[in-house]
Design a protein. Structure first.
Length: 356
């Protein structure tokens, strides 16, 4: 049965499902998509009637402004299935607020709340068989907005398309991650769009990340653009450092993404009685702590990555390796988060959002 949305959504059901062709035990992240997608166009100053249709190509004019001026923002979310078949989202209101915050910064009209939630609920209900139970499984959800008006003058578009698409997922990173502390390149600058999930933020990271990959590192931990002395975030994750039994993480600002997993870990740290300092973190103090043995852990946190331990970091040609810790903070946070997300633990903060 299809969920009955509380706003008008035109629905076209796919004639055939592709699910039988998918090996759910061997999925490369972001390469397989479910049977349907949600889309809604902005024209004549208003968002039009949304629709859900079979997954397939989108047709755009070559003059669409997204191709020329990069007006595009997105979000990353997940749906989880518990052992009784219930499907859940994790703090989706935060993603809704953030995509509209990102849109506003790029002069894109904000998206209506009822369209966002009703469209997403209906889409996930229709493709709920793609959400597999088990703590290693999830359905990655990608809402995004692009500028579609065919006009190449340097100005904001007057037309947009909002899309939600879904992809079954397992772990983003397999095993631990090695990183480089940025010395030359920057992810974002003061007054820019670093806080937004703007598509161009990620494109600008690819070249320096490729250079890191060639040296055997999976990610860069970005430093501030002015001095390269302060550690901020990685390309796909916010970053936490454990010195002794204290956690450190950089404060959000207009250069750093306000991650949903990040703020959840800060709350869980309080729940566990783990001191967590949200303050500027310098390269020097992390290197000094690594030399003295006080640096116990570094881990990333994000929707796709969940909690990813970092096994080593390099800066100015100096490599620091971190030992495996039994009962690590990273494992503690990941186990708790995943259990909440899959409805296998109490949700005292009201983070879960039920789909069915």
């Amino acid at each position: 049965m299809i969920y009955e949305p509380k706003c008008k959504i035109d629905i076209e059901i796919a004639a055939d499902s592709q699910i039988s062709a998918v090996d759910f035990e061997n999925i490369e992240f972001g390469k397989i998509f479910t049977d349907h997608l949600f889309e809604c166009d902005f024209k004549n100053g208003a968002w039009q009637t949304p629709k859900i249709r079979p997954y397939g190509p989108i047709s755009l004019d070559p003059g669409a402004r997204v191709f020329h001026y990069g007006q595009a923002v997105f979000e990353g979310m997940k749906a989880y299935k518990d052992d009784d078949g219930g499907v859940w989202l994790f703090r989706p209101e935060e993603n809704f607020k953030r995509i509209n915050k990102s849109a506003k910064r790029l002069a894109i009209p904000e998206f209506p709340e009822n369209y966002f939630f009703e469209g997403m609920k209906t889409l996930i209900q229709m493709d709920s068989s793609w959400v597999k139970s088990g703590l290693d499984n999830s359905l990655y959800i990608r809402p995004y907005v692009i500028a579609t008006e065919a006009a190449i003058a340097a100005a904001p578009s007057k037309e947009y398309k909002f899309v939600i698409m879904c992809s079954p997922a397992k772990a983003y990173y397999k095993g631990k991650v090695k990183v480089v502390f940025a010395e030359q390149y920057s992810r974002a600058a003061d007054g820019g769009v670093g806080f937004a999930k703007a598509a161009g933020n990620y494109a600008a990271q690819f070249y320096p990340t490729n250079l890191a990959n060639e040296k055997g590192f999976q990610q860069i931990i970005w430093t501030d653009a002015n001095t390269h002395e302060y550690l901020e975030e990685a390309g796909t994750m916010n970053i936490f450092f454990r010195i002794g039994d204290r956690l450190l993480t950089a404060p959000t600002n207009d250069r750093i993404l306000d991650g949903v997993t990040r703020k959840s870990i800060i709350q869980l740290a309080e729940d566990f009685g783990i001191p967590c300092e949200v303050r500027p973190v310098t390269v020097k103090e992390i290197k000094d702590a690594a030399r003295t043995g006080e640096l116990k852990e570094i881990f990333g946190a994000g929707t796709a990555a969940v909690v990813s331990p970092i096994s080593a970091f390099e800066h100015k040609g100096e490599l620091f390796e971190l030992e495996d810790l039994p009962g690590s903070f990273a494992d503690k946070f990941k186990n708790r988060l995943v259990s909440i997300q899959h409805n296998a633990a109490d949700d005292e903060h009201g983070w879960r959002y039920r789909i069915k």
